[in-house]
Ligand binder design. Structure first.
Ligand SMILES: [Cu+2]
Length: 189
C-alpha cells in the first residue's frame, strides 16, 4: 500500500540509490581494514546436522565451525569415501564437548575451528562422533563448493555415508586449521 503511486516509488528509489556511495570510485579511501570473508557453520543444528551443509566460499575465505551440544567434530574426507579422513594432512578439528544450558538457551563450545579455503575444489566433510549410531553415517556431512553438474552432490555423498561401516575416521591430532577462542560464544543459534 505504501508504494501504490508509481511516481512516488520511483522517486523514493532514486533518492535511495543516489545516497549510496560508489564503491568503484578509485578516489575513495579504503574505509575498513580488509578482513577475510568468514562462513559460519554450526555443528549440531538442527539435530545431527551441519547448518548450513552446502556452502559456497571463495578462495581465501574462512570456514568457521561452531559446536553445539553434545559432542561434535569436523573432519575432511573425499567424496567417494565419506566418514574417512582424506589424507594424512587433511583437516581435523578434534572433538568439542559442550553441555546444554540449564536455561534452555543454545550453548556453544568456547572454541571454534577455522579452515582456510585454499582452492576452488569441493571440500567434503563429516562429523566423526560414533555415538548415536554414528553421526556421519546418520547424515552429519557437508560440502563446500560442490559442483552439481559433476553428479557429486551432497545428496549423493550422504547416500554413500549411509552405507559406511565401522567407526568414522579421525586424525591423531588437530590439524589443517586453527582451533581457538570462540569470538561470539554467547551468540546463540
Ligand atoms: Cu556430530
Amino acid at each position: 500500500m505504501l508504494f501504490t503511486n508509481p511516481i512516488l516509488l520511483l522517486s523514493t528509489l532514486a533518492t535511495f540509490s543516489t545516497a549510496l556511495p560508489t564503491t568503484t570510485d578509485p578516489n575513495l579511501p579504503s574505509r575498513t581494514t580488509p578482513s577475510r570473508e568468514t562462513h559460519t557453520i554450526i555443528a549440531g543444528r538442527p539435530g545431527l546436522r551441519f547448518d548450513p551443509e552446502v556452502i559456497v566460499a571463495p578462495i581465501g575465505s574462512i570456514l568457521e565451525f561452531h559446536f553445539l551440544p553434545a559432542n561434535h567434530s569436523v573432519v575432511q574426507s573425499s567424496f567417494s569415501k565419506p566418514c574417512q579422513t582424506l589424507s594424512a594432512t587433511s583437516f581435523y578439528s578434534g572433538f568439542f564437548p559442550v553441555s546444554k544450558n540449564p536455561d534452555g538457551s543454545v550453548a556453544q563450545n568456547p572454541e571454534v575451528f577455522q579452515v582456510e579455503v585454499k582452492d576452488a575444489e569441493p571440500i567434503w566433510f563429516y562429523c566423526a562422533q560414533n555415538g548415536a549410531g554414528g553421526h556421519c553415517k546418520g547424515g552429519m556431512v557437508g560440502v563446500v563448493n560442490q559442483r552439481v553438474e559433476s553428479g557429486k552432490t551432497l545428496g549423493e555423498f550422504r547416500k554413500l555415508a549411509a552405507g559406511f561401516e565401522g567407526p568414522a575416521g579421525v586424525q591423531g591430532s588437530v590439524q589443517g586449521g586453527w582451533r581457538g577462542k570462540n569470538p561470539n560464544p554467547n551468540g546463540g543459534f
